[in-house]
Design a protein around this ligand. Structure first.
Ligand code: 5GP
Ligand code: MN
Length: 469
């Protein structure tokens, strides 16, 4: 067999907590093909459930609530056979992913890309940029701020995985080339670029939505046209589907959606991404260099540019508008967008020569489930801590996670790390909710006062982006 330089990649559709099964499948493929899979990419519904508390923080009909096998990988009892990177779908341990909002290791060797992100994957001389956007589209929550924090109300249990325009906003500021992009639901109208008849034949219940032109996510359609990645992988629809999108720029996107992990279903695709950026299906890479992940300088600049914005997002004029009649999502504040781009470009000067490896800083922060442990009761942690990985990440651009208190996290006092790990008790959910609201209200009041000092937008008489003032 001809040896190529590249990265052997397996792509998976929906995971649904089947860590043992899918990792087992990876090992089987490696044996059968006599290759080493370097990287597994997963397109959502992963269900990284560490314990019973996580299980009840997943939006899912009660009869499907299952522990799955993630907890074994969380405790270190088992280890993922290859580097695994995933985005979130609509069935997740949403409290855990919320903690890891900007991306992080959910266990050794398994990296959550976060709500939106772009990172660099490198093995030997082969590198590519990997982007992703977690969640599914829902027009009721698209314009809302991302304020879901623990403990989730019933509404928040669902809204937490709905795509918010803030993430689209960040991805839309990205001007570099993205090679591979991951989403859970499909871009709107993607079916037009593939074998639509075959799709309807396999999934009759898609037909009405397809004919109405409302099959898929309008925000992903926007991103697909804007970012034009070489590959776009998705899941959610529980069917394998391929499409080729020819962009006006002459760039092409190969789209592939995969099924969920069930016997006899098409849920895995293996290919080799070569040094030249080509996808091969019958030749594999045999070079043994380790695979490494790096932060993307442009994404760090975007994070810095938009950081303060998330704190006041609910008071902000929105950047995008959706015209449902015309099925069009577009920027309505071009001037602001241009200003943001310029601010990012300025910041990028500081970041662009930095090559920062994503650190292996995973720590166990919750009491994991142990099979056969009679003391394994449903318990709620009395606070959601600022995860050590978020803290490390925010230091990269001199921001502090404490600013996110009351937004992402419920953390009334700064806790001692040891204390957190041991301190799990059943607590009064209502009391926490009230406290959380109080913290939120206090922060909003402070922000209000700060903003009153600031200039107003003359044209629209609304608050302007604070960092540009
Ligand atoms: P999940 O595994 O996330 O609970 O459910 C995904 C299922 O919802 C898919 O198998 C698909 O049948 C259905 N679904 C999701 N989005 C759409 C849509 O836009 N139109 C139709 N007809 N079905 C959808
Ligand atoms: Mn799904």
């Amino acid at each position: 067999m001809i040896q190529v330089e590249g990265i052997n990649i397996a792509v998976e559709g929906c995971f649904h907590g089947n860590f043992d099964e899918i990792f087992g499948e990876i090992i089987d493929i490696e044996k059968k093909k006599q290759i080493k899979i370097d990287l597994l990419l997963v397109c959502g519904d992963v269900q990284t459930i560490r314990n019973k508390n996580d299980m009840y923080n997943m939006a899912c009909p009660k009869k499907y609530l299952e522990m799955g096998s993630f907890y074994k990988y969380y405790t270190g009892e088992k280890i993922a056979p290859c580097l695994t990177i995933f985005i979130g779908g609509n069935h997740e341990a949403s409290n855990y992913l919320r903690e890891m909002h900007f991306g992080g290791w959910v266990c050794p060797n398994v990296y959550y890309l976060g709500n939106s992100n772009v990172i660099e994957v490198k093995k030997g001389n082969t590198t590519f940029k990997l982007g992703g956007n977690s969640g599914i589209f829902n027009n009721h929550d698209f314009n809302n701020p991302k304020l879901e924090s623990f403990p989730f109300t019933q509404d928040q249990l669902h809204s937490v995985y709905h795509i918010k325009q803030f993430d689209l906003y960040k991805l839309n500021l990205y001007e570099g080339d993205i090679n591979i992009f991951l989403s859970h639901d499909w871009p709107l109208s993607i079916e037009k670029h593939g074998n639509i008849n075959d799709l309807i034949r396999k999934k009759k219940h898609f037909e009405a939505d397809i004919l109405d032109g409302k099959f898929g996510s309008i925000s992903h359609q926007y991103l697909l046209n804007k970012l034009q990645p070489n590959f776009w992988f998705a899941a959610h629809m529980h069917v394998k589907f391929e499409a080729l999108v020819n962009h006006h720029s002459n760039k092409k996107t190969k789209f592939l959606a995969l099924d969920k992990c069930l016997p006899g279903r098409e849920f895995l695709q293996v290919f080799t991404y070569t040094k030249e950026g080509v996808d091969l299906y019958n030749q594999f890479a045999f070079n043994n260099e380790p695979i490494e992940l790096y932060y993307d300088p442009e994404w760090l600049a975007i994070m810095k540019t938009t950081f303060n914005l998330q704190l006041i997002w609910d008071k902000m004029p929105k950047l995008f508008d959706i015209n449902y009649a015309q099925k069009e999502l577009k920027i309505i504040r071009w001037q602001k967008y241009q200003q943001m781009l310029q601010a990012k470009q300025q910041l990028l000067i500081n970041y662009k020569n930095q090559r920062i490896k994503i650190p292996n800083n995973f720590q166990i922060t919750a009491t994991p489930y142990y099979k056969n442990d009679p003391t394994n009761k449903l318990t709620f942690p009395n606070r959601v801590i600022l995860n050590n990985q978020i803290d490390d990440y925010l230091k990269l651009f001199n921001e502090s996670g404490l600013q996110l208190n009351g937004f992402l996290f419920y953390e009334p006092q700064q806790p001692q790390k040891k204390e957190i790990q041991n301190q799990f008790q059943v607590i009064n959910k209502i009391e926490i909710q009230q406290n959380k609201e109080k913290v939120k209200q206090e922060i909003l009041k402070q922000l209000d006062q700060q903003q009153k000092q600031q200039k107003k937008d003359d044209n629209l008489n609304i608050l302007d982006f604070p960092f540009l003032q």
